[in-house]
Design a protein around this ligand. Structure first.
Ligand code: PLP
Length: 400
């Protein structure tokens, strides 16, 4: 059976080149970057090269200084988010105790905010519109004198809403340059323009396994101006900001993935939008299916290009649990997810869909289809065909 993998927002299949470099690093360049002998020097050079690749993918050149902390390596997007948020809160707590975020962040952000609330911080969770977007104006209105941090995701992982990051960054730099701006770019990196130095972004989280890199490796971009307190204590690696021996094979892998994907980004995004358009139009033709989170333009046509190019969320009338459809598709070799599979495998009603005001009947009957550079039109044609035959059989709606 042909495999159709449409769960790329949960994780992606590593590129062949990434697999090769990771295995080569494990075989021969296995030194510890902290060691003083040649093996250590070689590992350190591999870490440096990966930092340069990532910096370039973020639109800047790493300055040639022996110790830099603009690109930190962590173990996952979750750790990058935790370090960004807790690290900022602890470093700036004398300046204030108010933090702004949105109701639709990933649990890596929302749960971290809950932890900080227990530590005495105040958190404002901004609402979103019917398409899952937060408005820059609402961020501005929520600012308080003692706001120290704004944390907003670039792309929502459940519905693909694209947030106005550049607009929020510019507004903050103009009106409140003292506030630190963190962007969870785990879903957005390589799918939209995210240039921290041009967009007023101070901290940015990126995860390897969402960009065809390895699992267990991620990045936190840290602007030079940001004071950050560590959340891991130990050997003082990475300027003391993230103790622990660096995952050198993973670092080489994420560096290469970031380089390769950013080089073809323009064409990839264009192709993904074409695929998304094709798929959304196909879904809209199937009675009972409701695509979430896509505004319409002046001609009342879906305005797909204001959403992320790789995520489609759709509700299914007459289905009590999305898992039923998910497993029926799986039987046909098609892998998708219900709600946000990357958060946990426990089904729960999605806070994002609720915040968007999606009708109750879809809250537990929504599937997420997510594409990558490896997705083909044939994958989507076959998925649409599968849905056309299988969904009516499973839905109560069509039998009424
Ligand atoms: N932030 C967002 C928006 C995500 O989608 C995810 C994972 O799905 C994460 C953070 C967590 O990333 P990781 O799985 O690398 O911990």
């Amino acid at each position: 059976m042909r495999e159709i993998y449409l769960d790329n927002s949960a994780t992606t299949r590593p590129l062949d080149e990434v697999r090769e470099i990771v295995s080569r690093m494990m075989e021969s360049d296995y030194g510890n970057p902290s060691s003083m002998h040649q093996k250590g020097v070689d590992a350190e050079a591999a870490v440096r090269a990966a930092k340069e690749q990532i910096a370039r993918a973020l639109g800047f050149e790493l300055r040639m200084k022996p110790y830099d902390r603009e690109i930190l390596f962590t173990s996952c997007g979750t750790e990058s988010d935790n370090l960004a948020i807790i690290g900022t809160a602890m470093a700036y707590k004398r300046s204030g105790s108010h933090i702004i975020t949105t109701q639709v962040e990933h649990p890596a952000v929302l749960q971290t905010m809950e932890y900080l609330k227990e530590q005495g911080f105040r958190v404002t969770y901004l609402p979103v519109d019917a398409y899952g977007r937060v408005l820059a104006k609402e961020v501005r209105e929520a600012l308080c004198e003692d706001t120290i941090l704004v944390s907003i995701m670039a792309v929502n992982n459940e519905v693909g809403a694209m947030m106005p990051i550049a607009e929020i960054g510019a507004m903050l730099k103009k009106e409140r340059p003292d506030i630190i701006f963190h962007v969870d770019a785990v879903q957005g990196f390589t799918k939209m323009d995210l240039l921290p130095k041009k967009m007023g972004i101070d901290l940015m989280s990126i995860s390897g396994h969402k960009i065809h890199g390895p699992k267990g490796i991620a990045v936190l971009y840290v602007d030079d101006r940001v004071k950050l307190k560590p959340i891991l204590f130990g050997g003082g690696q990475q300027q003391g900001l993230r103790s622990g021996t660096e995952n050198v094979p993973g670092i080489a892998g994420i560096g290469l993935a970031a380089k390769m994907l950013s080089e073809t980004k323009r064409e990839d995004i264009e192709r993904l939008y074409e695929l998304k358009e094709f798929f959304v139009n196909g879904l809209r033709e199937i009675p009972g299916i409701k695509v979430h989170g896509i505004p319409t333009d002046n001609d009342n046509e879906p305005d797909i290009r204001v959403t992320a190019p790789h995520i489609v969320s759709a509700g299914f009338t007459g289905i009590s649990k999305a898992e039923v459809l998910l497993h029926a598709l799986e039987e046909m070799g098609i892998y998708v997810s219900s709600g946000s599979a990357c958060a946990s495998n426990k089904p729960a009603v999605s806070a994002t869909l609720k915040a968007m005001g999606i009708q109750k009947e879809y809250l537990e009957a929504t599937l997420r289809f997510s594409f990558s550079v490896q997705t083909t039109k044939k994958d989507l044609e076959d998925t649409l065909k599968a849905l056309q035959t299988m969904y009516p059989l499973l839905s109560r709606f069509s039998r009424r």
